[in-house]
Design a protein around this ligand. Structure first.
Ligand code: 5RP
Length: 228
């Protein structure tokens, strides 16, 4: 296992150990979350009782494989703890997410959660958010949304499938635009501007959960636990 993978595993395992008995758990998406689910599956075998709410088809499939019981927001609209990955994390715990195109469901689950735990390796920490911002958009609205993103200084590109010709289609049936900005000076303002465009489901900037966020940064040797 290489150093980055060991770091992700340490972060994931630590976060899984934060889960209390009888909890409703938001299950994020991505490779670090999968380590959390691996450890959670072990704890369930030892008797822990939890119900998961998955943020993607990929996570749902992994939960079936690991025998993690699942529910939905219809049955449980309050989540005790949501554990998710991130692509960038700034010192104020603002995030860019959405490499896996799952940010809309991830946002819904984070919103419903009492506590939001982000699991990542050190490479995700940054002084300033700068990664391309994934934006989930209804295909119907894509041309207009691209124009509006360009007008606010972005360079949007339609995310293309791998092993699938044409655009990536999200779990919700929409397209993803990856939008680069030369500088993200005020993430809150940009998040709000993008999310209020008609046809946009959600962008990958997450600034509104910082009050309930803690960060588990994995290292090859262990973890650093960060809270504000
Ligand atoms: C998916 C995400 C992921 O949580 C994020 O990309 C981190 O993934 P990984 O843990 O594999 O680095 O936002 O939409």
């Amino acid at each position: 296992m290489d150093e980055q993978t060991r770091a992700k595993k340490n972060a994931g395992y630590y976060a899984a150990d934060m889960i209390e008995d009888n909890s409703i758990v938001g299950l994020g998406t991505g490779s670090t979350v999968f380590f959390m689910m691996e450890r959670l599956a072990g704890r369930i075998r030892e008797g822990l009782r939890v119900t998961g709410i998955a943020t993607s088809f990929q996570t749902e499939r992994r939960a079936y494989e690991y025998n993690i019981p699942l529910s939905s927001l219809h049955e449980s609209d309050v989540i005790d703890i949501a554990i998710d990955g991130a692509d960038q994390i700034d010192p104020a715990f603002r995030l860019i997410k959405g490499r896996g195109a799952a940010q809309t469901r991830e946002r819904c689950v984070a919103e419903a959660a009492t506590s939001f735990v982000v699991v990542a390796d050190k490479g995700k920490l940054t002084d300033t958010l700068s990664a391309p911002v994934p934006v989930e958009v209804m295909s119907f609205a894509v041309p207009v949304v691209m124009k509006r993103l360009s007008a606010i200084g972005g360079t949007p590109v339609v995310r293309e499938g791998i092993k699938k010709d044409g655009p990536v289609i999200t779990d919700n049936g929409n397209w993803i635009l990856d939008c680069t900005f030369p500088l993200i000076e005020e993430p809150e303002v940009l998040e709000c501007a993008i999310n209020s465009l008609p046809g946009v489901l959600s962008c990958g900037i997450f600034t509104e959960f910082t009050d309930k966020t803690s960060i588990v940064i994995g290292t090859p040797e262990g973890v650093e636990y960060l809270s504000l």
